[in-house]
Design a binder for this molecule. Sequence first.
Ligand SMILES: NC(=O)c1ccc[n+]([C@@H]2O[C@H](COP(=O)([O-])OP(=O)(O)OC[C@H]3O[C@@H](n4cnc5c(N)ncnc54)[C@H](OP(=O)(O)O)[C@@H]3O)[C@@H](O)[C@H]2O)c1
Length: 372
Amino acid sequence: MPGTLRRWVYARPIEDDTLRLEQFALVEAAVPELSDGEALVRVKLVNIHSSTRARMARGLTALGETDFSNYACAQVIASRDPAFREGDVIACQAGWQDYQVIRGQDGPVHYAPPQELVKALNGTNSQWCYVFRPAMVKMWPAEVLMEMFGTSGMTAYFGLRECGPIVPRDRVAVAGATGSVGSIAAQLAKIAGAYVVGFAGGAERCRWVVETLGLDACLDYRADDFEEQLKAAFPAGVDVFSDGIGGVLTETVTREMNRGGRLFAYGSAAAFYAERLDAGPGARPTLRRAFGLTDGIEARLKERNIKSEAWIVDAFYHERLKAEDDLSRQLISGALKPINTVAEGFESLPQAIVDLYQKGRSGKLQVRFHPD
Ligand SMILES: NC(=O)c1ccc[n+]([C@@H]2O[C@H](COP(=O)([O-])OP(=O)(O)OC[C@H]3O[C@@H](n4cnc5c(N)ncnc54)[C@H](OP(=O)(O)O)[C@@H]3O)[C@@H](O)[C@H]2O)c1
């Protein structure tokens, strides 16, 4: 049992919406004695949300505190909680800290409670907290467990399924093709045999998308003539649009969507990566609005009879094991590639988060705290 844990905290308020190293400070704390219903875990790896900066700026991560909402892979070191056994490798929500006390009875941080079926499957009260099946741990390293079998892979898998089936005649547009959900959604659409065009920021990233993900084309959403390029890439219109971006891109691409098409809206990365943060959750009364579906776009969807999906992925978490099996098969066959950027070492966390907003990355940004 370690006597102390290390924790990165949000130390100084963000100025000008710009995240800098000075926002982070390292503190040490005693590892508490476990009570009944608690387990101590060693945090192996945390996923970094694209919303990290916005959470800090809006006070969802409090000053002096760590962000406890990260999706993480951890190993149980000691347990007085019947939901966990020593040695289990689990998914959970964790702070930017190398050890953490968790409770299976706790609900999720910053999310609504899960459905009863998900609680029964997980044996906990959180959709994000469960023991991985031993075979999954044997097959996949922590970064793949938390990306392909974390929210990114699950969102892409259920999103395309609910928009599907995707068939070879479908012409599919994928926003955020360099991002964690988009890079998987694009590959799954390609595996289904469709014509797939991704969108990414700049020529180099577009080249990466075509070469690494095997898409038919990738367009630079920043190009002045993006709209003309889009029309040229989709002369017969867009049948399916996978979109975690929102804003101008959603407006532009939905204009090219066909009658009877399918839209999968799952996020608002444009707002999270913008130089200036917007007014925040209060300004977005519904999930659909938060995902960029303005009144104008909603009217267009209705007028063209476009089926649209917008949900948080835990809506499907009662089907998690089937998704894990299907995605595992695709990975084993080599048809699907895990895409992640892993920063090594607990000390690298502040720089990795700062760089996320300055330099970007491919797939999920993750920080590995413990290599074993
Ligand atoms: N509904 C759900 O359950 C669910 C699940 C997972 C994620 N999400 C949400 O989905 C969104 C995307 O998540 P993610 O994890 O895939 O994000 P991510 O890995 O951070 O990727 C975001 C992508 O957005 C692109 N991008 C940034 N600004 C853009 C702009 N102005 N126009 C066009 N593209 C832009 C970036 O492309 P370049 O770097 O190439 O510029 C990047 O590849 C987030 O809002 C996240 O909260 C929702």
